[in-house]
Design a protein around this ligand. Structure first.
Ligand code: NZQ
Ligand code: ZN
Length: 385
């Protein structure tokens, strides 16, 4: 196992009715800016619950944060938060609202041009305290340091991470997710599945416990994912899914092991170019990346085949391919295509275009062995066409 430091300070408030407990977490004198998206929280009763819990505090609002949060929109909230000198940002919604709020939190005290945080990796030395009520299980953003922000005018979608951006607390009430459209639930299952794979499908480092944690999350998503899609208001199924998505990207399973993340880097470019949902990009990349990178990933692919999919017969190559096929079938059963050719907006020149965009961002050595070059990216995406 590699050396590691594991630190996750986010307090998780999990379960039915937990929005009410926000009142115990926020001082009565606090000035709070709540941030939200396009209006789902007004339709499912979450807004009322939050406002009730915040009673007595000074509460400001900033709505309209879009999926794949937009830099220009977020800068509007930065101005508001600076002007009003808010004490806490409370993100209420999905990963986009939360990611956007992490960026706002970092940008408010930032002395220079905040876009540099994303393009130049400018250091984030402080942030406005933030917390969240998460209504969409998928990203793990509720208890990690990362955020992904888009700038459509520049055709860019970029990530940053800062220890100052851990939410102080995260409310995870599975009932707030009952109103999700099926498409978002399916996307969330696949996003959490691929987060786990990015930290698992590399090479073995004798991290047996991490491997078992990751395999448990993958098996749970395979078992519970289709059921929670079919029975959206079954509390226990949904609670298991919500917790799986958090555990997939809160730093635990990635501690002490090599990580890949090339699928995500490629996926972000596909969203920047065509607006394809985040998880949908991942489903069109990861199976093909595994095929192209099969030599370096062979031992873990064989372990995945046996422990997660129960595949025990055939040659090594056959078992690896069978596990990749099973993964594709799982994604497709949830309604996510596994080939880019199923998106009419994608063109024959897309693989070269994505490779060039990654290159211009300096992302030329991706993957756990840093052997995924722009040429490899082209090959992976060509196989998906
Ligand atoms: O905007 P509203 O009206 O709230 O509607 C949203 C949005 O249209 C809706 N929604 C959310 N909760 C709902 C609901 N509708 C009904 N009932 C509810 N309870 O769902 C739509 C999609 O929301 P969004 O926040 O965009 O989805 P998700 O949580 O999947 O977030 C995706 C973003 O997170 C980034 C992605 O790149 C993408 O930008 N990621 C962030 C990561 C992180 N911070 O660690 C890691 C991920 O790999 C990912 O890259
Ligand atoms: Zn993701």
């Amino acid at each position: 196992m590699f050396n590691f430091a594991f630190y996750n300070p986010t307090k998780i408030l999990f379960g039915k009715g937990q929005i009410a407990s926000i009142s115990k977490e926020i001082p009565a004198s606090a000035k709070v800016l709540i941030t939200y998206g396009g209006g789902s929280i007004h339709k499912n009763g979450v807004y009322e619950q939050v406002m009730q819990a915040l009673e007595g505090r000074t509460v400001l609002e900033f709505g309209g944060i879009e999926p794949n949060p937009e830099y220009d929109t977020l800068m509007g909230a930065v101005e508001l938060a600076r002007r009003e000198k808010v004490d806490l940002l409370l993100a209420v919604g999905g990963g986009s609202v939360l990611d956007g709020t992490k960026f706002i939190a970092a940008a408010v005290p930032f002395a220079g041009e905040p876009w540099d945080i994303l393009t130049k990796g400018a250091a984030v030395d402080s942030a406005v305290p933030l917390a969240c009520v998460l209504t969409l299980p998928a990203t793990g953003s509720e208890s990690n340091t990362f955020a992904v922000v888009s700038r459509r005018s520049a055709g860019q979608k970029l990530a940053f991470g800062s220890v100052h951006c851990y939410p102080k607390f995260a409310v995870l009430d599975p009932e707030t997710t009952f109103s999700l459209p099926q498409r978002q639930v399916a996307n969330g299952i696949v996003d959490a599945f691929v987060h786990t794979l990015e930290q698992y499908m590399t090479f073995p480092v004798h991290a047996e416990l991490n491997d078992r944690f990751a395999e448990a999350i993958l098996q749970t998503l395979i078992e519970v994912g289709p059921k929670t899609l079919a029975e959206p208001e079954n509390y226990d199924l949904r609670a298991t899914f919500v917790w799986s998505a958090t555990m997939a990207l809160n730093g635990l399973i990635g501690s002490g092991v090599p990580q890949d993340w090339a699928t995500h880097m490629i996926g972000h470019e596909l969203t920047a170019l065509y607006g394809i949902d985040h998880a949908r990009t991942l489903a069109t990349v990861v199976p093909h990346l595994f095929r192209v990178q099969a030599d370096g990933k062979r031992e873990k692919l064989l372990q995945f085949a046996e422990r997660v999919w129960g595949i025990r017969t055939g040659t090594d190559d056959e078992r690896c391919e069978a596990a990749i096929r099973k993964t594709e079938e799982f994604f497709e059963s949830l309604g996510l295509p596994t080939r880019l050719s199923q998106y009419p907006e994608v063109k024959p020149e897309t693989p070269a275009l994505v490779a060039k965009k990654l290159e211009s961002n300096g992302a030329v050595k991706l993957g756990e062995r840093q052997d995924i070059t722009p040429k490899t990216v082209e090959e992976i995406l060509s196989r998906s066409l």
